[in-house]
Design a protein around this ligand. Structure first.
Ligand code: SAM
Length: 375
């Protein structure tokens, strides 16, 4: 299920019959109550049930995390199994595993066959560690304590106007990862897993020159650069990131792009390598406006004549409809200093950095190509 199709767009009426069950009877039983005092009271009861249901919603990602952590999906590859069989295979408690699976079944991750056996449903296939586009590492990254704990402290962001992460971990997000090897691995491997399914689609949406140098700034393990170089045989690439991140890059494993890429370690707040195209995928949303202007200013100066900056990030849509960016925005608020941006926000950032927003190209993913040229 895509996040922008989730139930966050619903209110009490839509919540009637949702998976967690709380409030379902109240909502169904009061629909016919009609207007007037009784109807108003019933609506308030529905509202309360809806909010309780929503407040319990955090337990779903908690269950998803537990399933990802124990690797239970890997043991469902060959067909349905009972919680007892799965518990024996994963070294977990059968009764508690059953309870986790029962909740996951309410959202189509697994299904129970009526005879006490669970199978992976379509939406659960990518929970397997060996699935192409496995989301297991992404789930573990997104629900890691570095994300989860600050999210529980959003009130701090509201009252203090600052990130909750530093309050909890004593230093900024990326500094913590540079110091803590375990968390760094969780983040960067998880980030690559989150990006893998979108990289080829985004590479296809980027209009790139026939020749020249593409620099993937904060390119992580190189998944996007790999797809860009595969599609554009006349291009050379530079993968630019911190040294400890580049140590895990995957470009060398792909013979078809051999000799066309270079890893470059550095700090993008100090400088960025020269190039004809600068790619910034899921970078600007990590940083506040001043940080982005510094970074984009370096891009502006390092752009060769006729060059372009392609920011690959979500563009927050107007209106009330659910969109992944609206949720991720709160993660940026809680754990980092950044935010998700509207098209107007990007235009302002570019203008401050000596660039001009030239166009926005949607992609089949939640991200868009926000293109800038020298002003
Ligand atoms: C959210 S991740 C995005 C990774 C990749 N572009 C993707 O979409 O999967 C942010 C990346 O920025 C890198 N980064 C953070 N601060 C940096 C800095 N000061 N200089 C260079 N890279 C940095 C991180 O190491 C990480 O790889």
């Amino acid at each position: 299920m895509r996040q922008d199709e989730d139930r966050t767009g619903g209110g009490p009426a839509e919540a009637a019959g949702t998976d967690a069950g709380a409030g379902t009877d109240a909502a169904a039983g009061t629909a016919a109550a009609g207007p007037g005092a009784d109807g108003r009271e019933a609506a308030l009861r529905d509202s309360a049930a809806f909010l309780v249901d929503e407040a319990l919603g955090f337990l779903f990602p908690a269950a998803l995390r537990a399933a990802a952590d124990t690797g239970v999906a890997d043991h469902l590859a060959d067909g349905p199994r009972t919680p007892a069989e799965l518990a024996a295979a994963t070294g977990t408690d059968a009764r508690n595993l059953h309870r986790v699976l029962r909740l996951l079944a309410t959202r189509g991750v697994v299904t129970e066959d009526g005879r006490g056996r669970f199978a992976l449903a379509e939406a659960g296939q990518a929970l397997r560690g060996d699935a192409p586009y496995s989301a297991r590492a992404a789930v573990l990254m997104l629900t890691d304590p570095t994300m989860w704990r600050p999210a529980g402290e959003l009130t701090h962001c509201l009252t203090e106007g600052t990130t909750a992460f530093e309050n909890l971990f004593g230093m900024p997000f990326f500094d913590h990862f540079a110091k803590d090897e375990r968390t760094a691995a969780v983040f960067h491997v998880g980030m690559a897993a989150m990006s893998d399914p979108e990289n080829a689609l985004i590479a296809a949406a980027c209009e790139l020159p026939a020749s020249g140098t593409v620099v993937d700034i904060g390119g992580g393990h190189g998944g996007l650069l790999l797809e860009v170089l595969r599609r554009n045989p006349g291009l050379e690439g530079v993968l630019y990131d911190r040294a400890h991140v580049l140590a895990g890059h995957r470009l060398a494993a792909h013979q078809e792009i051999a000799g066309r890429w270079t890893p470059r370690e550095g700090d993008f707040f100090a400088s960025v390598p020269d190039g004809d195209v600068h790619l910034l995928k899921r970078i600007t949303h990590d940083w506040d406006d001043d940080g982005c202007v510094t970074l984009l200013g370096h891009c502006r100066r390092a752009l060769r004549p006729g060059g372009r900056v392609l920011v690959l990030d979500a563009v927050v849509p107007a209106g009330n409809a659910p969109h992944q960016s609206k949720a991720l925005d709160l993660m940026m608020m809680a754990s980092l200093t950044g935010r998700e941006r509207t098209e107007a926000d990007f235009a302002d950032l570019f203008a401050r950095a000596g660039l001009r927003l030239s166009r926005v190209v949607p992609t089949p993913t939640v991200l868009s190509v926000v293109e800038a040229v020298a002003a």
